[in-house]
Design a protein around this ligand. Sequence first.
Ligand code: PLP
Length: 446
Amino acid sequence: MKHLRLMELDKKHFIHPTSSIQQQQENGPKVIMEQGDGIYLTDKNGNEFMDAMSSLWNVNIGHGRKELAEAAKQQMEKLAFSSAFSTFSHEPAIRLAEKIASIAPADLNAVFFTSGGSESNESAIKLVRHYWKIRGKPERRKIIGLKRAYHGVAAASTSATGIPEFWQMAGHMTTDFTHADTPYKNGTEKGIRSLRHTIETEGAEKIAAVMAEPIQGAGGVLIPPEDYLRKVRALCDEYGILIIADEVITGFGRTGKMFGLENWDFTPDLITFAKGVTSGYIPLGGVVVSDHIHNVLKEKSKGTLFHGFTYSGHPVAAAVALKNIELIEQENLVENARKMGEEMLAGFNKMKEGLEVVGDVRAVGLLGAVELMQDPDLNKHFSPDLQVGPNVIEALYERGVICRPVRYDGTDIICFAPPLIISRDQVNVLVEKLYDTVQKIQNHLD
Ligand code: PLP
C-alpha cells in the first residue's frame, strides 16, 4: 500500500464515523478514495470499484455529475449563504420546498430543512411532541420505533434506533422511546400484535408517534409484508397516533418509486428525508409535514419556534438538490431503479436456485439483500466464528465490488443499493461476481 504518510496522518488526526478506533490504529484506513465516476470509485492507487452501495445508500444519481458541481458553483457565486431564520428567506429554499411538496404523496406539503438524516428525525420527533403540546395533550410524548430500525445518531434518533449496539456508546440521552417487533419474517399479524401490545402497555394517550422506515435499511434491508404498513396506519388511526415515515434511504427513487411508501398505498403524517435528495453531493435533509399538522402549527404555535439549524435550507444545498431532482426526473431514474431492481432480483433468485447457502433474497427497486445460511431449509445459521458475511464482502472487494454485510438474528446478510443509473450489463456483472464469490466460499466451507 502506497501513501504511507496519508495513512499515518489518518491514524493520528482523523476519528472516523462508525468505526473501530482500535482497528484504525492497528491497520490504518483500508482504502483512500480519490475519484468517482458513474457507479465507480477509484482509490489513490488507481484501483477501480463498483460502488454497489451508492456509498452510504445515498449517491443516487452516481458519481462525478458535473451538472451538480455547476449548480453548486453558480449558487455559491450568487449567494453562498444567507439566513433562513425568522423572517429571512431565499429563493433556492423556497423552490426546493415547493418541489418536494409537489413530489411527496398525498397532502404532505410543508418542509422543514436540516443538514442530514439524524437531524431530520430529531426535528420530526420534536415537531410531533410540540404538535401534541399545542393541541393541549403534552402527555403525548412517547415514540414507538421498530426493533432493527436505524434512525441516526443524534440524541433522540439514537433512542428511536432499534439496534441496541447504538445505545452503548453513551447510553440513552432522551426518554420516552420504546420499540415494537419488526414485521420482517414475523409477518403482519405478529408485527401488528406487537405494536398494539406496545401501544396498550405504554398507554395510547401517552404516545406521540410511531416511527418507521418503509424498508429497514441498515437493519439488513428488511422489507415489510404487503399489508403491514396499511395496518400500522389503521392501528394508529384507532388510537389517534401520528406516523413518521423515515425515507432517508428509501426516498428519491431508491425503491423504484419517488418515495418508498408509494410501494404500499400508505400515507404517514410526516416524512423525513436526506441522502438521495442531493445524491450525497452536499449535506441536506428535512421533514415534510402533512396539511393537517401544518394547519395546527399555523393556528396554535405562538411565538418563536425555538428549533432551527444554521444550515436549515442552505442555498447551495437547496440548489444542488433541485438540480439532482431535475436529473432524476429527466433521466427517468425512478423507472430505471424499478427495472434494474427487477433484473438484480432475478439474478439473486438464480443464485438461490444454484447455491445451497443462499437463503432469502429480496429487493424493492435498487434496494436489495441476499441472505447466507449453512442450511436455509433447516434455518441453520453459520457460526459467527466463520465470518461468512465479512468474508464475502472482503472477497467481493478484492474483485472490485463494494457492498455491506449485516448480521441479524444469526443470518449473514449482504446488502446492495447501487446508484439508480446502473445499466443492465452492470447489474449482470454485479450478480455474476456475487454468484462466483459466494460459490467459491461455499465450496471452501464444504
Ligand atoms: N434514517 C435512516 C433510515 C438512515 O439510513 C440514516 C443513515 O444511514 C439516518 C436516518 C441518519 O442519517 P444521517 O447519517 O444523515 O444523520
